[in-house]
Design a protein around this ligand. Structure first.
Ligand SMILES: O=c1ccn([C@H]2C[C@H](O)[C@@H](CO)O2)c(=O)[nH]1
Ligand SMILES: [Zn+2]
Length: 135
């Protein structure tokens, strides 16, 4: 699976975004270590703060199906530059991807900005930080 295919799957997912409040549709698609794909879209709520972003929808779908290790994720929105994942999503991405995993940030103009989990959230708080307290 190349980045173009993953971005296309994210675009497909975007069409199912539930965004009556912001009207800002976002789609995401991730690929697991074993090559399985999970897609997600943002799901908003009348109680705005309960909104779930596209990235977290895709990740939670995969995790709730038993997946734990992911290789890459693509995120797409109708933005001028590449879409920027929120802080909550960066933290959740850091939980299940390697620091070196690729993150493709795309927009509808066909621009794709390639970055990594480490660059999105340098020095992320992870499982290893928790284990420190047991030493
Ligand atoms: O990377 C992002 C940024 C924003 N949103 C959603 C949350 C909300 O539904 C809408 C506006 O913030 O976009 C995502 O899904 N992913
Ligand atoms: Zn988010």
């Amino acid at each position: 699976m190349d980045k173009k295919e993953l971005v296309n799957l994210a675009k497909e997912a975007r069409s199912n975004a539930y965004v009556p409040y912001s009207k800002f549709k976002v789609g995401a698609a991730l690929i697991t270590k074993d090559g399985k794909v999970f897609k997600g879209a943002n799901v908003e709520n009348a109680s705005y703060g309960l909104t779930n972003c596209a990235e977290r929808t895709a990740i939670f779908k995969a995790v709730s199906e038993g997946e734990r290790e992911f290789d890459a994720i693509a995120i797409i929105a109708d933005t001028e530059g590449p879409v920027s994942p929120c802080g909550a999503c960066r933290q959740v991405i850091a939980e299940f991807f390697k620091p070196s995993s690729k993150v493709y940030l795309a927009n509808l103009n066909g621009e794709v900005f390639e970055t990594t989990v480490e660059r999105l959230l340098p020095g992320a708080f992870t499982q290893e930080d928790l284990n420190e307290s047991e030493k």
